[in-house]
Write a protein that binds this ligand. Structure first.
Ligand SMILES: CC(C)(COP(=O)(O)OP(=O)(O)OC[C@H]1O[C@@H](n2cnc3c(N)ncnc32)[C@H](O)[C@@H]1OP(=O)(O)O)[C@@H](O)C(=O)NCCC(=O)NCCS
Length: 313
């Protein structure tokens, strides 16, 4: 597209961008999605998302956002971004809009000193990312825990993507309530890469009321989860298990299974058979990565991701 102009996103663009996302990502042009957009891109304590629009003949034809995310990498704080919501208007597709927006973002964020960009792109956008310097790190391991024979059967019959929105639940307490006060520090491992789990990050991540995240708290730990529909099954997405040791984590997972009423639990990480978990065949979503200011990728086995780091966003 010869007259393509890329500029920073402005709050005045919100209506048009929401319409674009509604037409491309299956969002609805409703108050719930507007609130979701603002929560995700404007209220993140790591900073407002980096966002750009592409214009042609005075019309917005593309949108690109990069959500800010802070990691600990071998004990050091690294600022990263995740490539999330992006869309090109249907009539402008296949003409390099996504490419121009994404390469513009890569240059701007590298100049800003952001370490790297990561994401779990869908099949439609992954080929495009791979052509722009992204690499596939692989699929992180995931574990499923059926509630019993019936739950296992429903899970086996529900091999479809989970729904975006949560099912209501009154198990445990609201996540924001569970997360208030001092939090368990968890095992003191500094090796590898993990999200920097500051209280303000967790309060934001699990704090949008319409997503109904719930918490179970014990003296030695906390589990955060939400219920969502996957095909015929009710799934408990176990987003965080912060416990001082494995035994505390096992008890929390068991407790989520008991109080949530879900057909199965889903967690990111290696399956523990002693927790009645099974490895999810194939693992979690494909994780992709691109260098910005830091040039060496952390290999997949050193990423300590939780489900809350990848689901929903
Ligand atoms: C994915 C999407 C953003 C691509 O936008 P686009 O402006 O048409 O993409 P571009 O024209 O810039 O393509 C960039 C590169 O990716 C490649 N590409 C884009 N979509 C592709 C696809 N579905 N399969 C294979 N390659 C693809 C193009 O071949 C191009 O490479 P090239 O420059 O070497 O030819 C657009 O299809 C879209 O809005 N889809 C719906 C929303 C969505 O799925 N968003 C991504 C998830 S957040």
């Amino acid at each position: 597209m010869s007259d393509l102009l890329i500029r920073d996103y402005d709050d005045a663009d919100e209506d048009i961008v929401l319409e674009l996302l509604a037409g491309s990502l299956g969002w609805l042009p409703d108050a719930g999605h507007r609130e979701f957009f603002r929560w995700k891109h404007l209220q993140n304590p790591a900073g407002r998302s980096a966002m750009w629009v592409a214009e042609s003949a005075g019309q917005i034809v593309g949108f690109r956002s990069m959500l800010r995310w802070v990691f600990d990498v071998d004990g050091a704080e690294v600022h990263a971004v995740r490539a999330v919501d992006t869309a090109t208007a249907p009539a402008a597709r296949g003409q390099g809009v996504f490419r121009a927006l994404t390469l513009h973002a890569v240059a701007a964020l590298t100049a800003e000193g952001v370490g790297f960009v990561f994401n779990t792109p869908n099949d439609q956008s992954r080929p495009g990312y791979l052509k722009m310097g992204w690499i596939e790190l692989g699929r992180p391991p995931a574990a499923a825990r059926p509630s019993g024979p019936l739950g296992a059967l429903r899970a086996a019959r529900s091999r479809t993507p989970a729904e975006l929105w949560s099912l209501p639940s009154d198990a445990g307490v609201a996540a924001t309530e569970g997360l208030s006060g001092a939090l368990p520090t968890g095992p003191q491992s500094l090796s590898g890469l993990a999200t920097r789990r500051r209280a303000e990050h967790l309060q934001w991540r699990y704090g949008l009321p319409s997503l109904s995240y719930r918490a179970l708290r014990r003296d030695d730990g906390i589990a955060i989860f939400r219920l969502r529909r996957r095909g015929h099954a009710t799934e408990a997405a176990v987003c965080e298990v912060l416990a001082d040791d494995d035994d505390g984590a096992r008890r929390l997972v068991q407790e989520v299974a008991r109080v949530s009423g879900a057909d199965h639990l889903l967690r990111l990480g290696r399956a523990h058979t002693s927790w009645r978990e099974l490895p999810l065949p194939g693992g979690g979503p494909i994780l992709t990565w691109r260098a910005l200011a830091s040039t060496t990728p952390v290999e997949l086995s050193r990423w300590r991701l939780s489900l809350g780091d990848v689901e929903l966003l």
